[in-house]
Design a binder for this molecule. Structure first.
Ligand code: CU
Length: 271
């Protein structure tokens, strides 16, 4: 359990006063200042080896043990929503304007060029790009796992398409939707290849969080389209360790203080 998660406990009971929502945007639509804030927050986190650092956050998902991530279970979407929520707060503790951005792997740009330049460029000016790769800490390495994260992306045209996403968004049952979205999600991990293709290390690749922000956004779009889904109470009451949240507390993202940029949300929800 991280000190940070404790510091931000009770996330679903925010102070009652109105507070500004953080608007997560597409990586491709970030202003120069927004991209800089995101990059600076990663750079600051990557420079820290304590529980504020990038290695600590990536390690919650996978190695070193215990591995907390939930894949192939009913908790896939809620667990990763809680994870992104606390990771984003940790970035904002370092750079207050930082907001997570999503990688829309269905976009025309991604289908032409693959990984967005913000994450694909090895350098920014004369400095290494903190969104390009990170160093996996020794405690998380096993079996000659390389020290630096790497990718071996597939062909851009093989990324998931909008029609595939539309058909998943139309599923009325939460568990069906979640299961099929996880399959699309898996295909993007495999497409990026390298570190992203291995669950114990995937979160050490900075693009992991942009990919999962896309997945979280698609869940939000599904929620807009299916406003009253039946979720069994046995699911709603599940805890999401190591985070001090239950599944029920992940359902209202505005209560968590963030939203997805509306123009693009409508573009996907509308047919
Ligand atoms: Cu994933």
């Amino acid at each position: 359990m991280s000190a940070h998660a404790h510091a931000h406990a009770h996330p679903a009971s925010p102070p009652s006063q109105a507070r500004a929502l953080r608007h997560r945007k597409s990586v491709e639509n970030l202003s120069t200042a927004q991209l800089k804030a995101l990059r600076d927050s990663y750079a600051a986190a990557e420079a820290l080896t304590d529980d504020r650092g990038f290695g600590h956050w990536a390690g919650i998902h996978g190695l070193p043990l215990p591995m907390y991530c939930q894949h192939g279970t009913r908790l896939f979407l809620p667990w990763h929503r809680a994870y992104l929520y606390f990771f984003e707060l940790a970035l904002r503790d370092l750079v207050p304007d930082a907001v997570l951005a999503w990688w829309d792997w269905t976009s025309a740009g991604s289908h032409a060029n693959g990984i967005p330049a913000a994450f694909a460029d090895a350098q920014v000016g004369n400095n290494p790009n903190p969104l390009y790769q990170t160093t996996v800490p020794p405690a998380a390495r096993q079996n000659n796992q390389p020290q630096e994260t790497s990718r071996s992306p597939g062909s851009p045209g093989d990324l998931p398409t909008r029609p595939q996403v539309q058909s998943v968004l139309s599923l009325p049952d939460f568990l069906d939707f979640q299961g099929q979205l996880e399959q699309i999600h898996n295909s993007v991990h495999v497409w990026v290849g390298g570190t992203m293709g291995e669950i114990p290390w995937a979160a050490y690749d900075p693009i992991f969080f942009a990919h999962h922000t896309m997945i979280d956004r698609l869940w939000r779009l599904w929620q807009i389209r299916h406003p009253n889904p039946h979720l069994p109470s046995s699911l709603l009451n599940q805890a999401l360790p190591p985070f001090p949240m239950t599944v029920a507390q992940t359902l209202d993202i505005k209560g968590l203080g963030y939203a997805y940029a509306a123009a693009t949300a409508h573009a996907v929800v509308a047919h």
